[in-house]
Design a binder for this molecule. Sequence first.
Ligand code: ATP
Length: 239
Amino acid sequence: TEETPVVSTLGLTAGYGAAPVLKDVSLKVRQGEMVALLGANGAGKSTFLSALSGLHRPVSGTIILNDEQVQTLQPHELVGRGLVLVPEGRQVFPELTVLENIELGAYNRRSEMSRSEIAAHLDRFPRLKDRLSSRAGLLSGGEQQMMAIARGLMARPKVLLLDEPSLGLAPAMIDELYAILGELRDAGITILLVDQVATMALAVADYAYVLEQGRIVFEGKAADLASDPRLTTAYLGGG
Ligand code: ATP
């Protein structure tokens, strides 16, 4: 049902040495929602996504994906269950074509990859459609980000995790990218994204959490947070 989260964490604590970077983080993403995890540089956003996708073992706490505890699973097992990360920096293969980069997203089920599925995804990314045979390294930063998202969709995510999709992009490109993310959400794709720049994320997301020094300090409907005077630009890293 709508009430059951697709993915949630309960009391997640994680770090790299003695001092935890994430402290007792509890968060929920419901089916069809776009949830934003916001916070300044170094707040722990990437560490959260790494923990969620099995790349970094939490010290304590649970991660529940579709009613199953998954905090001990390996990254590929989580991808197989529909938790798909589009990492910061996008992991573009610059010498491969745009189409080849996108096809790599279906590596976990190559035999059933279909042209019509790719075509359906590409309808949402008109900028990529005309450039499928270009070398990916020739795309702009925003186009590369779109390509990385298209690749993530090829894995048929139950939840798409996006790490700083707007990083380094010009404002007009950020608007365009978030418009596409909103369309994906409206088409039923569940999205959890982290971003340092809150303005667009709060304009498009349904719900948001603010992370400060590893702890959730605010959460609420995105529209409410957007107009909350406590969320100064200092909290939200500008924007
Ligand atoms: P950014 O926007 O810079 O990615 P963030 O909110 O995603 O910030 P994290 O990357 O999760 O934050 O980093 C949180 C803290 O953990 C920082 O103090 C960082 O220096 C530290 N950290 C991150 N990765 C490692 C690592 N591999 N080893 C040790 N410390 C790390």
